[in-house]
Design a protein around this ligand. Structure first.
Ligand code: SAH
Length: 391
């Protein structure tokens, strides 16, 4: 087995459990490098650090799969996926769940979403892509799925020298499926929906709006397929308007409202939320609850400030539309904007909007996307509800 020796002075990250080894942290390599092959990583003093897969094309040279000298083979992946499933069952996520959340399940760069009997998979690194047949075999053995689909149409694969692809990893099936969530039903378009087709990470947060929307006029922006809005109608909102820039998302949202018999309360329109919220603020429109769930504003450290400005702006505009004593429901999935910074941004927005806010709840993603302390990118979703009153 090829051995890599780390430099003497490396960040404590690896010793503390983080699985990434960057190329510039490696002092010497003993043996041939086979892209996607298994290698051993040792500290400078020769002590074993872990075993993982290597990609000389990637800045992340090695991603560790284990801290033990165990064999990496199909049985290893079967075991790891079975463990991930046992954990989801233990914490109560069974019908739909993120079955594998990459690093948080010790399977770096692997994402698997389970939508009842269907599975959507992403292998986002060369090393993990190499093990795709073993992963499929494990899913087939553990679940006997009705279908498996790969949504590897993501740009980050190109950093690994991989192409963007999507398609069936099982016999072809109808990729428009229906899932149940919190007593409601939603269409999921596995083939053409965003990311893996559906945002499972907000499933518990959607429940969190239950009490504040009763009898309310609700405005939702960045609705995608209308999940938060349909929850609001289900929980007793008087009227609900959802906005998304994508015509396709709006069509799906309308279909979802009809599927739940809530299309008389829930309306959706294709609009640019940034423009519309600003205009409606000037027009003096008012809502009891405003819900915001924009897409990630940045993936690079260089543009964090721009992302913060974006969050401040959209939340300020949202707050201005809220009746005295109403509620703002706001999310951020930009992992570089850590929770503390997000809260500070909302505070700045409130100040500028001349509003007083009171925190109702502050949550992260659903627990089937585990947070690992020390791996900041696993703590990515911020979900906040505040009461908003005039100053
Ligand atoms: N709340 C949704 C997920 C939202 S994803 C859920 O829980 O399922 C973010 C959405 O914002 C995407 O659907 C995208 O089309 C939309 N979007 C991006 N820019 C926008 C803009 N300027 N105005 C309105 N919607 C926008």
């Amino acid at each position: 087995m090829t051995k890599l020796f780390l430099k003497k002075k490396i960040a404590a990250r690896i010793a503390n459990g983080h699985p990434w080894v960057f190329g510039n942290e490696v002092d010497k390599i003993d043996g041939p490098i086979e892209p996607a092959g298994t290698v051993d990583v040792h500290y400078a003093d020769g002590k074993f650090a872990g075993r993982g897969y290597i990609n000389p094309k990637s800045q992340i040279l090695v991603r560790l799969l284990t801290r033990k000298p165990e064999t990496i083979d199909a049985a290893f992946f079967h075991r790891r996926i079975a463990e991930a499933w046992a954990y989801r069952q233990k914490i109560g996520y069974t019908e739909n769940c993120r079955l594998v959340f990459g690093e948080a399940d010790q399977m770096p760069a692997l994402i698997i979403d389970k939508f009842n009997d269907y599975f959507v998979l992403q292998t986002l690194s060369l090393g993990m892509d190499h093990w795709k047949p073993a992963i499929i075999e494990a899913l087939n053995t553990i679940f006997s799925p009705k279908g498996i689909y790969e949504r590897n149409d993501v740009p980050v694969r190109e950093l690994e020298g991989l192409s963007q692809i999507k398609g069936f990893l099982s016999e072809p099936f109808d990729t428009n499926i229906i899932i149940n969530e919190n007593g409601l039903r939603f269409h999921v378009d596995i083939e053409n929906g965003q990311k893996t087709g559906y945002f499972l990470d907000q499933q518990d947060n959607r429940k969190a709006i239950q009490h504040i929307v009763k009898g309310a006029d609700v405005l939702g922006a960045f609705t995608y397929t209308g999940t938060f809005e349909i929850h609001a109608a289900h929980y007793g909102a008087k009227s609900v308007l959802g906005l998304d820039i994508s015509e396709n998302a709006v069509a799906q949202a309308n279909k979802n409202a009809a599927l739940n018999g809530l299309d008389d309360i829930c309306k959706f329109e294709a609009m640019n939320a940034f423009d519309v919220l600003k205009q409606w603020g000037k027009d003096g429109r008012q809502y009891d609850v405003v819900m915001l769930d924009p897409p990630a504003f940045t993936k690079s450290r260089e543009s964090i400030q721009k992302a913060i400005t974006g969050y401040k702006e959209i939340n300020l505009r949202g707050m201005k539309l809220i009746r005295n004593g109403g509620f703002l429901v706001t999310s951020s999935c930009t992992n570089l904007v850590q929770p503390e910074l997000f809260l500070q941004t909302i505070e700045m927005a409130a100040k500028d909007a001349r509003k007083k806010i009171r925190q109702v709840t502050f949550q992260a993603q659903a627990s089937d996307h585990p947070i690992i302390w020390g791996m900041d990118n696993t703590n990515y979703l911020k979900f906040l509800i505040v009461e908003v009153t005039d100053k």
